[in-house]
Design a protein around this ligand. Structure first.
Ligand SMILES: Cc1cc2nc3c(=O)[nH]c(=O)nc-3n(C[C@H](O)[C@H](O)[C@H](O)COP(=O)(O)O)c2cc1C
Length: 471
């Protein structure tokens, strides 16, 4: 599977539209994509981009059906069910990547003086954006100099000039911690920015991957077969043999440059709109690309678009996996809401087994590797409600949640600096959060009696349904 294979699969299943009319990379592509995504429409392949002879692809994960398609699962599965599939696949263990000698990514190689990032149709997404963005559906590969571990991470990349892209590596990310090791040694960090290959790479590069020697091996476990990698020629870093475009170069941790602003996935700009925030920058030394490379973009911006479905899914999988590793019993389902920008709001359904169990679940979400980073509203419900059954979650909040008893406010925890609810003069890396326990207390001797349909009557009326003329 590579990006082309995925696009073909989308087309076969009625999930793709080709746009043949000429479109502008400046605002037009992103605006079409956003309108289509907000209506849960198909993925789009823009085949006629003004001034370019290669296409732009958007909306890859605009519906849960397409998340299922990329995982090779039943398109009817919900996000919760797909997350269970992810956990089952991961439980089988990682599948190491396989190195091959050559691949389509080496069809075109452009060196030093001739490197020109503007030769690809990077869109400008929103009017107040600082420029064009090569990287939204991108991932960066780097190597930890101490452990040799291979890290994949998705960080937005704005085009700064023909040979440089800015990389928004936020403070505290694994890539930030690795970059600091290079900085301490006074070295530049070799890096490759990659678009394409198996779209599952974006799952691995946006999820919190812990404990794997190489994030490519995690992709292998999700696909059920090894990722085929080749070595980039200057840095030796592994890159997918079937990638579309690779920018190879290095990041000098001591040379930050202004990049941004960008219409973020929260639906807001950050304070960089008024005050630039210097970022690491990838100095591109060599470019590899396939014939007619496909530039894959994500429209980001306000929810809900494919960004939010993607991020909700990968964070959900990381969080549920964290809770499993923490051996919290009784977890029935976990759901991170795309509407909460795919990060800020999570519901957990639990089968309570002892007093304090639901409190433990709330605390575990907050303490977990994934949840601690920016999960702000955590709702716990009983196991008769699936975490993504939102009408019944609201019902539980209305009827089982007792405000004084069921509320825990945690005053301090790790935030994403992109959270617009934190004022520009506040510490953007720290936030408060709330746990809403909407379960019926385990130790109540007398519990509210729920109104349930009488099964025999229900069966009888169903049998006579057509007779009622209600079909
Ligand atoms: C479309 C998309 C864009 C993202 N952009 C950024 C970004 O610009 N900076 C960032 O630090 N994280 C960004 N993220 C989140 C990271 O990909 C995620 O936190 C990942 O786990 C980082 O990997 P790391 O912890 O190995 O560094 C983005 C996620 C998605 C889905």
């Amino acid at each position: 599977m590579d990006l082309r294979g995925y696009i073909a699969l989308c087309e076969q299943t009625g999930n793709l539209k080709r746009v043949k009319a000429e479109v502008d990379w400046e605002l037009e592509i992103s605006h079409i994509a956003k309108i289509v995504e907000e209506k849960s429409g198909p993925a789009l392949l823009f085949e006629n981009v003004k001034g370019y002879d290669s296409p732009v692809f958007t909306g890859a994960f605009g519906t849960t059906q397409r998340l299922a398609t990329v995982l090779g699962k039943d398109p009817k599965l919900s996000m919760v069910e797909l997350t269970r599939e992810w956990l089952n696949l991961s439980a089988k263990g990682v599948i190491p990547a396989k190195e091959v000698k050559d691949g389509p990514i080496f069809e075109n190689i452009v060196d030093s003086d001739k490197v020109n990032v503007f030769s690809f149709p990077s869109p400008k997404y929103y009017e107040l954006d600082g420029g064009r963005y090569f990287g939204t559906a991108v991932f960066m590969v780097i190597q930890d100099p101490d452990t040799g571990d291979i890290n994949l991470g998705t960080y937005r990349m704005g085009v700064l000039d023909d040979k440089t892209v800015g990389v928004q590596i936020l403070k505290g990310k694994k890539a930030d911690r690795i970059m600091k090791k290079y900085a301490k040694a006074g070295k530049k960090m070799p890096a490759c920015a990659i678009i394409g290959g198996d779209p599952l790479h974006i799952f691995a590069s946006t999820a919190t991957v812990v404990g794997a020697k190489s994030a490519y091996d995690v992709v292998g476990s999700l696909r059920g077969e090894p990722v085929e990698i080749v070595k980039a020629q200057l840095t030796g870093l592994p890159i997918p043999a079937g990638a579309e475009i690779v920018l190879e170069g290095e990041i000098d941790p001591s040379q930050l440059r202004n990049e941004g602003p960008f219409g973020e996935y929260t639906g807001y700009y950050t304070e960089e709109l008024i005050k630039p925030i210097p970022k690491p920058a990838l100095d591109v030394k060599r470019v590899y690309y396939r014939k007619k490379p496909i530039l894959w973009g994500i429209s980001v911006g306000r929810p809900v678009g494919d960004m939010h479905i993607l991020y909700a899914f990968t964070r959900n999988a990381s969080l549920w996996s964290d809770l499993t590793k923490m051996q919290i019993p009784g977890i029935k389902s976990v759901y991170t809401l795309p509407e909460g920008s795919g990060r800020f709001i999570t519901v957990v359904s639990v089968q309570q087994m002892y007093p304090g169990h639901s409190d433990q679940v709330g605390a575990a979400v907050v303490a977990s590797n994934t949840g601690t980073y920016g999960d702000k509203i955590i709702i716990i419900v009983d196991d008769d409600i699936e975490a993504d059954d939102l009408p019944r979650v609201w019902w539980a909040l209305g009827t089982r949640y007792n405000v004084a008893r069921g509320t825990q406010i945690i005053n301090k925890g790790r935030s994403t600096p992109l959270d617009p609810s934190i004022g520009v003069d506040e510490n953007k890396f720290i936030m408060s959060r709330i746990i809403l326990d909407a379960t019926i207390p385990f130790d109540w001797k007398i519990k509210p009696t729920e109104i349930k349909p009488t099964e025999s009557v229900q069966a009888k009326v169903k049998a006579r349904w057509q007779e009622y003329g209600l079909d």
